[in-house]
Design a protein around this ligand. Structure first.
Ligand code: NAD
Length: 424
């Protein structure tokens, strides 16, 4: 038995290496289920596809696309699709694996999957974006479906892209398969509350963690990396709860305002210009300086491996809320723990999005739609219940919230694995 896979070059601080080391840490808490752990160290299925499209100038360009189904012991695959120039198979494998853990931690009846295209979507026209999405969907159409694997938005993908994916899959199968993707526009079977659900989950888990730390949100200083779907929504909710958003960073730059940004102005600026850079209501700050900002709460909500060991030594926050997937490398995790900085890990902190995706999927099948208040109430209840179980597990074994989340999730996945048995 070995977890060395020939088709990826695993580095200890790369996303797949980070995931493997997180699994290794949970083994002592799995009892006899540990004999099945190897199943978590490799994806069930990984599909690499060529995505050729005709550009507007008549040339043909080829892009690499991926869809990875990490584990489906507990249900169909579920996880987003990322468009980014740095997407690799290794990254998609890790993101799919974190989805398995997250879905099990929140007890959703799903396995874990993820997809991506190695492309900079900012360089494509609207029509090119549609063509790349449709061709990619067709190529991965052999493994996705409402009962087999259900994609959703992730970095640089959105409800419009989900609408094209749903339409392409439906055209290819002669159906109107609304349940094949989540995060769709409302008119196409999307759910109220989905767009802000991940940010809301970050807020709900963060508010509970702050309460347990006796950290008053009123006046608390918050720094946010990544001001997209997740970071922007989380920042708005913390601001509404009385916190000051004093620092923000995204791919367009870093800004700072000790008194807190005017959030309505900042959100309008990001919407109009595509990023926080150039915002007049704050001072420009160096990108590396962002990690030294004196704050109470830090929300990494951009990409993986942002909190390195070096940065972990400088962070001043009492609480780190992982809106992004995999933002903290394992060595940094240890440093934060040693320094008494509480980390609410991605696999619970940002589970609000997939939870409302689950609501969307259920609503699509029943063709009966809930109000936004119903969605938010159910979301808060599920997130709080899952967090309590994780916190109790962490207290019982004296382990970090991350290892506790993995313990809860891996126990559920491996129990299902054991009960299903090994085929043939
Ligand atoms: P998004 O595309 O809406 O926003 C991404 C943000 O990251 C943007 O503000 C972008 O400027 C910023 N960014 C990109 N490169 C950066 C860099 N090098 N330095 C600093 N900032 C950079 O994406 P999103 O949906 O908000 O996803 C953000 C993170 O949250 C990802 O890790 C994603 O996997 C995770 N996540 C998203 C969801 C969801 O429902 N959208 C759910 C769970 C987890």
């Amino acid at each position: 038995m070995t977890s060395q896979l020939s088709y990826v070059r695993t580095t200890t601080d790369g996303p797949w290496g980070t995931y493997l080391s997180q699994v290794d840490r949970v083994v002592p808490y799995l009892g006899e289920l540990a004999r099945w752990v190897e199943t978590l160290k490799r994806p069930k299925r990984a599909l690499i596809v060529d995505v050729p499209i005709e550009l507007d100038n008549g040339e043909v360009a080829h892009f690499e696309g991926f869809r990875v189904q990490h584990n489906m012991s507990r249900g169909p695959g579920k996880g987003g699709v990322r468009y980014h120039p740095d997407v690799t198979l290794e990254e998609v494998m890790a993101l799919a694996a974190w989805m398995s853990i997250k879905n099990a931690a929140v007890n959703l009846p799903y396995g874990g999957a993820k997809g991506g295209i190695r492309v900079d979507p900012a360089k494509l026209s609207h029509k090119e974006l549609e063509r790349i999405t449709r061709r990619y969907t067709s190529e991965i159409g052999i493994i996705i479906g409402p009962h087999s694997d259900i994609p959703a938005p992730d970095v640089n993908t959105n409800p419009q892209i989900m609408a094209w994916m749903m339409d392409t899959y439906s055209m290819n199968t002669g159906t109107t398969a609304t349940g094949v993707v989540t995060g769709k526009p409302i008119h196409l079977g999307g759910s109220l509350g989905r767009v802000k659900a991940t940010g809301r989950g970050v807020f709900v888990t963060g508010r509970e963690a702050a309460r347990r730390l006796s950290l008053d949100l009123s006046g608390a200083r918050v720094a946010v990396q990544g001001f997209g779907n997740v970071g922007g929504a989380a920042a708005e909710l913390f601001n509404q709860a009385g916190a000051r958003i004093i620092a923000a960073q995204d791919h367009t730059g870093s800004i700072f305002n000790e008194s807190g940004f005017d959030m309505a102005d900042l959100m309008a600026h990001v919407k109009a210009s595509g990023g926080v850079g150039g915002f007049k209501g704050g001072e420009v700050m160096g990108n590396e300086e962002f990690w030294d900002v004196k704050c109470d709460i830090l929300i990494p909500a951009a990409l993986e491996s942002q909190i390195t060991a070096a940065r972990a030594k400088r962070i001043t926050a009492r609480l780190v809320l992982e809106g992004a997937n995999g933002p903290t490398v394992p060595q940094a995790d240890d440093i934060l723990a040693e320094r008494g900085i509480l980390v609410v890990p991605d696999v619970i902190c940002n589970a609000g999005g997939v939870t409302v995706s689950y609501f969307e999927w259920v609503q699509d099948f029943s063709s009966f739609f809930w109000t936004e208040d119903e969605i938010n109430l159910r979301l808060d209840k599920i997130m709080m219940g899952a967090l309590k179980k994780i916190w109790d597990t962490a207290d019982r074994h004296k382990i970090t919230l991350r290892t506790a989340t993995f313990a809860v999730a891996c126990e559920r996945i491996l129990t299902a694995r054991k009960e299903r048995g090994l085929y043939p």
